[in-house]
Design a protein around this ligand. Structure first.
Ligand SMILES: *Cc1c(COP(=O)(O)O)cnc(C)c1O
Length: 383
């Protein structure tokens, strides 16, 4: 049996009429840029996350860029983040002229290690001492929150703002000391992506930033329209980072199904967890599963570790099982960042993860028979 890594057609089929009607409304209104459709979607995401403000943006990448711009990050500043992430996290830091100070990951969750961040902030390697950290930017990788309480403590102690890369984690919950919080609402600004393969995916690129601070909401709204507060008057240098009304219309229909999709992904994860128990397959650790949370993990990806990963990857592809490597090259080893001065061996946990990880199909519409086919082929491949 062939099993794709993701099947967006299966998600679209039952929603087809509703989505097309919503798109038709935008076509009839001929109001494509911002406007009431975007405002309504922003209000719905803000309510879903439990924050007062949400700002629609052109992509997750632009959400990260706009968030750092709203905090006035630029040359001379440093941003503390993880090397084991999608490129956009680092790209947005370096594009602004800031320096990415990286700490290694916790190997069990793939997320930024609070202990690693503590060492970096309190006892940085000599060559990094000149960089002044201003922002802590944890990534909630694969749909599970980084361990935010100790990270927020460190940010407070060192006077850092916190931007969350929640591109893969919309709706994921974290058992904070102050109560259960959704990904993106723990720091100053949270960034989401609506790239089609995310749990809430649009018909193209889209993103959003959420915040509890009115001043940051205003800054983000200014930044997305060329830094302008009134027409043809520009307060700051910026760009065009707006969310389309057509995307907002599609996403608003899908948002109503998001909790069900999260639940289906989690059920699939439980099946995999059981099926791989006792094998050479290392299943992902759901760190907050024992807390009274609904979305302790939203499984944007179900990522296993296997020995001889490249061989297993090739065998699965040959058997028609969709799988992918997120991510094969950690950020400190990317060619475009070679001038930053990082070297192979700097972040051993990230490097090891990069050599062992393999993402399996976890999309909501996956059937039990398809999952069984995935399990059989994986067990056969690992031997
Ligand atoms: C998808 C993603 C982004 C970027 O989002 P886009 O909408 O594709 O620009 C940023 N960070 C992480 C961790 C992501 O997975």
């Amino acid at each position: 049996m062939k099993v794709p890594l993701l099947d967006l057609k299966a998600q679209y089929a039952p929603l087809r009429e509703e989505i097309r009607a919503a798109m038709d409304e935008v076509c009839d209104a001929q109001q494509f840029i911002l406007g009431t459709r975007v405002q309504a979607f922003e209000a719905h995401v803000a309510a879903y996350c439990g924050v007062p403000y949400a700002v629609g943006l052109s992509s997750g990448t632009d959400a990260l860029l706009a968030a750092l711009m709203a905090l006035d990050i630029g040359p001379g500043d440093a941003v503390v983040t993880s090397p084991f992430t999608f490129f956009a996290t680092l790209g947005s830091i370096v594009r602004l002229g800031a320096f990415p100070l990286m700490a290694d990951i916790d190997p069990l969750t793939f997320n930024l290690s609070p202990a690693g961040v503590r060492v970096l902030l309190e006892n940085p390697p000599h060559r990094l001492k000149k960089h002044l950290p201003k922002v802590l930017l944890p990534v909630h990788l694969f749909g599970q929150c980084a361990d935010m309480d100790p990270l927020l403590d460190l940010a407070r102690q060192h006077g850092l703002h916190v931007v969350e890369d929640a591109a893969q984690a919309i709706g994921a919950e974290y058992p904070a000391r102050t109560g259960i919080c959704k990904a993106g609402t723990l720091g100053d600004i949270g960034c989401f992506s609506f790239f089609p393969s995310k749990n809430l995916g649009g018909f193209g690129d889209g993103g959003m930033a959420v915040t509890r601070a009115a001043t940051l909401d205003t800054a983000l709204r200014t930044i997305r329209v060329h830094g302008s507060t009134e027409q043809y008057r520009h307060e700051r240098l910026s760009g065009n980072f707006r969310l389309d009304a057509l995307q907002a219309a599609v996403l608003d229909v899908k948002l109503k199904h998001l909790e069900n999709w999260h639940a289906a992904r989690r059920a699939h994860a439980e099946l995999y967890d059981r099926a791989f128990r006792g094998s050479a397959v290392q299943t992902p650790r759901a760190a907050y599963a024992d807390h009274t949370l609904t979305n302790h993990h939203i499984y944007n990806q179900y990522v296993i570790r296997v020995p001889e990963r490249d061989r297993v990857h090739a065998a699965l592809q040959k058997a028609g099982i969709g799988c992918a490597i997120y991510y094969p090259v950690p950020m400190h080893l990317q060619p475009c960042f070679r001038d930053l001065g990082y070297r192979s061996g700097d972040f051993p946990e990230s490097e090891q993860a990069a050599s062992e990880v393999l993402a399996l199909p976890i999309y909501p519409e996956l059937t039990e028979a398809m999952q069984q086919a995935v399990v059989d082929e994986v067990l056969k491949a690992v031997g």
